[in-house]
Design a protein. Structure first.
Ligand code: FEO
Length: 170
C-alpha cells in the first residue's frame, strides 16, 4: 500500500475514535442534565464511531499493514445550551467528511482502486451523518424551544436503536 494512503487510513482510526469520545462527552452532558433520550442518541453515535474505527483497522490488517494506535485527544467542546452539542456534532461531521475525501483523493492519485472502493461506503455514510446531525438541529429549532416540545423530542431521540454497520469485512 502507498505509504501516504496507509498513514492517512491509520490516522483516520484515531479520528473515528476521537469522534466516539466526543459523542460520548455529549451523551454525558445530556445524561447529567436528565435528557436521557438525547443521551441515548449520542451514546449510540459513539458506538457507531467505534465501528468505523474497527472497519479501518480491519481493512489495513487485511492488506497486510500494521496498525499504529495514537493517543486520543480530550474532547474539549464546552456546552452552554442543549443546542450546542447538536451544532458541534454537525460541524464535526463536516470535518470527518473532509478527512475521508482527502484520503479518497490521495488513493485516486496513486491509482489505489481497492482503497477507493473501500472508502465508497464511508463517503455514503458521511452523507447520512451530515443529514442526521443537521436534522437534530432543525428539529431542535422547530420543537424544543418549549419544554413540552423538548420533552417529546427527548422521547423521539430515546427511541433510536443501535444498528451495526452495513459494511462487513471478514
Ligand atoms: Fe465516523 Fe460520524 O463519522
Amino acid at each position: 500500500m502507498n505509504e501516504e494512503v496507509k498513514r492517512l487510513l491509520n490516522e483516520q482510526i484515531n479520528k473515528e475514535l476521537y469522534s466516539s469520545y466526543l459523542y460520548l462527552s455529549m451523551a454525558d452532558y445530556y445524561d447529567y442534565n436528565n435528557l436521557d433520550g438525547f443521551a441515548n442518541w449520542f451514546y449510540i453515535q459513539a458506538q457507531e464511531e467505534v465501528d468505523h474505527a474497527m472497519l479501518l483497522r480491519r481493512y489495513l490488517l487485511n492488506n497486510g499493514e500494521a496498525i499504529e494506535l495514537e493517543a486520543i485527544a480530550k474532547p474539549d467542546l464546552v456546552f452552554n445550551s442543549f443546542k450546542d452539542p447538536l451544532v458541534g456534532a454537525y460541524e464535526h461531521e463536516l470535518f470527518v467528511t473532509a478527512s475521508i475525501n482527502n484520503i479518497y483523493e490521495k488513493a485516486a492519485s496513486v491509482k489505489d482502486y481497492r482503497t477507493m472502493q473501500f472508502l465508497d461506503w464511508f463517503i455514503q455514510e458521511q452523507m447520512e451523518e451530515e443529514k442526521n446531525t443537521d436534522e437534530l438541529i432543525r428539529k431542535y429549532e422547530l420543537y424544543a424551544e418549549e419544554s413540552k416540545g423538548l420533552y417529546q423530542l427527548n422521547q423521539e431521540f430515546g427511541a433510536r436503536v443501535y444498528a451495526p454497520p452495513t459494511l462487513v469485512l471478514d
